[in-house]
Design a binder for this molecule. Structure first.
Ligand SMILES: [Zn+2]
Length: 136
């Protein structure tokens, strides 16, 4: 079976350990959009032992905290669906009132063009630095 997460060529791995990775998606409408992925194939959070459940949520919340600090979004959206692939991953999406879908889900109906602001090198370096400081 091909896995959309394992075979994704979206974005860049900006932090990893032996169980998790943080991928920065190169999304022009949603700068700072990250995905926290479990490296192994597991389908549900409740398939994991408690320490791994804790570690994945800690990672998700650290990413959220750092994205808030760097981008000061109007809202953070967290989502874990995985209906198309049995591979746990969390979306962490900084949302702005000016973004193309706000207040809809970013997978919902598009309401405007948005600002098309790619992440800057400075912002990306700051994100990687803070991830390493808080997760290592
Ligand atoms: Zn996979």
């Amino acid at each position: 079976m091909t896995c959309a997460i394992c075979n994704s060529n979206e974005g860049e791995i900006i932090w990893t350990d032996n169980t998790l990775r943080v991928v920065l998606l190169d999304h022009p409408d949603y700068k700072g959009y990250c995905r926290v992925e479990l490296i192994n194939h597991q389908k549900e959070m409740t398939d994991l032992d408690e320490s791994l459940q804790f570690n994945i949520m800690r990672c998700v919340f650290k990413v959220e905290e750092i994205l808030r600090k760097i981008f000061n979004p109007d809202k953070i959206n967290l989502a874990s669906l995985g209906n198309k692939t049995p591979h746990i991953h969390w979306h962490i999406i900084p949302r702005f009132k000016e973004d193309p879908h706000f207040p809809n889900s970013h997978w919902g109906e598009k309401l405007r063009e948005g600002l098309h602001q790619a992440i800057s090198e400075t912002e990306k370096n700051e994100l990687i630095k803070l991830l390493n400081q808080s997760l290592n």
